[in-house]
Design a protein around this ligand. Sequence first.
Ligand SMILES: [Zn+2]
Length: 256
Amino acid sequence: MLGVAAMVGAVNGAVAMGEWVAGAPLSQTAPAAVQPAPEPEPEIQAPPPAFVFDAPLPGRVINSPFGLRQLPWEESGRLHQGVDIAAPAGASVKVAADGVVKATGVSATYGRYVLVVHKGGFSTMYAHLSRPAQGVKRGAYLRRGQTVAFVGNSGRSSGSHLHFEIRKGDKPLNPSFFMGRSFAEADDLPLRAAGRVSRKVHKATVSRWPPGVAKTGKGEVQLARLKNGRVRATLPVATVPAPAASTGSSSTDAAI
Ligand SMILES: [Zn+2]
């Protein structure tokens, strides 16, 4: 008899299971609240990336890249050690990574600037500012994404933009390799690629000529046809004595 009862129970159990699977009304099954919760999937947690770099002006474009750049009055290209990001004066500049302010100040070329040091020997420079953000002074700790300063047009610059540099030690790196990117480990950092300087020289256009440099007024514009079919124009220029009152903070278009 015991064996039969057990078998009946087993059959009933099978029927109940079948109804439940077929989507029988809730009243015939256990209330949802007491159904055993599904086993949680084991979570796979990756450690946070070792290095995270934000763009200092998210969504804004680089209008002068890292690399060799030649101003019209220069014999050859010079290294533009950062990127220029166009933005209206007053736009808030975000610090690219957690760090500590190493210096703030004013220079003839950089204008108002803020220099921040980060782990791993990195530093970032924000230049041509209108002003640093409140509380941003030497020793201040900044969290990534915090406003560090406001865009301006100070120093050798004619047109508001941010000049942004990333260095490891003294070596300038191409910020394009870091902005908006994160790296799981130090070994993943693109140090070699970002430190490479292309031999391509970017011809800068300028809206104003600095004092101390003038068009000679003689000679012709020299045209050279380049291998890629483009034509390069070279203006004859001459250096003239700078006015005595010159502070050296002349305005050129995105001179640094
Ligand atoms: Zn620049």
